[in-house]
Design a protein around this ligand. Sequence first.
Ligand code: IPM
Ligand code: MN
Length: 346
Amino acid sequence: MTHHKIALIPGDGIGKDVTEAACAVLQRVAKGRFTFETESFPWSCDYYQTHGRMMPEDGIETLRGFDAIFHGAVGWPETVPDAVSMHGLLLPIRKAFDQYANIRPHRPLPGVEGPLKADGFDILCIRENTEGEYSGAGGRVHQGQGNEVAVETSIFTRAGVERIIRFGFEQAQARRKHLTSVTKSNAQQYSMVFWDEVTQIVAKDFPEVTVSQMHIDAMAAKMVMAPQDLDVIVASNLFGDILTDLGAAIQGGLGFAASANINPDRSAPSMFEPVHGSAPDIAGKNIANPMAAVWSLSQMLDHLGEAEGAQAVFGALETATAQGIGCRPGAHTTTEITDALLSAMS
Ligand code: IPM
Ligand code: MN
């Protein structure tokens, strides 16, 4: 049996609740399929309060020794500003481990009613995860004064754009063979026109995949009006971030939106986390929906080569929601949903 070493970073708020649920499911799915060990790291806003940083100086090096990282959620704005907590944990991990492909599936689970009339859509959003608008290049001068200036520069490299678009095409090739590249090249004449050009170049290597190019504003409308027409979407870091919250909303809510931060070259561990945040308002109340986290666990198993286990976990999600469990916010506790998932797998 293959052995997997998993790093857990439950983080803040409901991150802890959903990580616990995902671990229970991991324990169950492993039986007879694989062996694993976990090590849990308390890196979070609480950790920051004591140590003045989100993770130790050698945190990245510590994580490097694992096969995968499972992350709950980070952020507790009451004590640590979001920009500090995100730039101290989540974003450095994505960049340091070159997790350039952020895979976010959006499709409604059986029995889950989203806000749209349309159902039967199945969108895979591929978000660039290491550069673009989140490159971190910029600065502020004359801070707090009337002549203050703030600059934040998006950085798009040929290598970075090409590899994410190629990754998107590969996903489309393995699915319904349609890719929509999302930009705003009518207004952003340098970076986004460049992105469009690279899309056309990479497209030549995938003759079976049909390609559309859409602007982000039109895509926002399309995801509401006709999501069933979409297959794979590829977008920059910020655009992908925005569209995947929209994707979460149309699939029934953030409680269902999973995410995989993948290093496709496997030169460093990949990280799996639900799209939702730490949700301070419902933290510790045992009412967070663990389904997004468990779906992310299924993505992790797939990445680790446990396709059958991944399918078993995903099947449990479908079984539970088809029975009406976990479909509506607040209708079931985290424990009840977790128990339903476990019994769907036994
Ligand atoms: C996400 C989150 C993060 C992001 C935040 C917390 C920095 O919104 O994973 O979608 O924008 O990447
Ligand atoms: Mn987001």
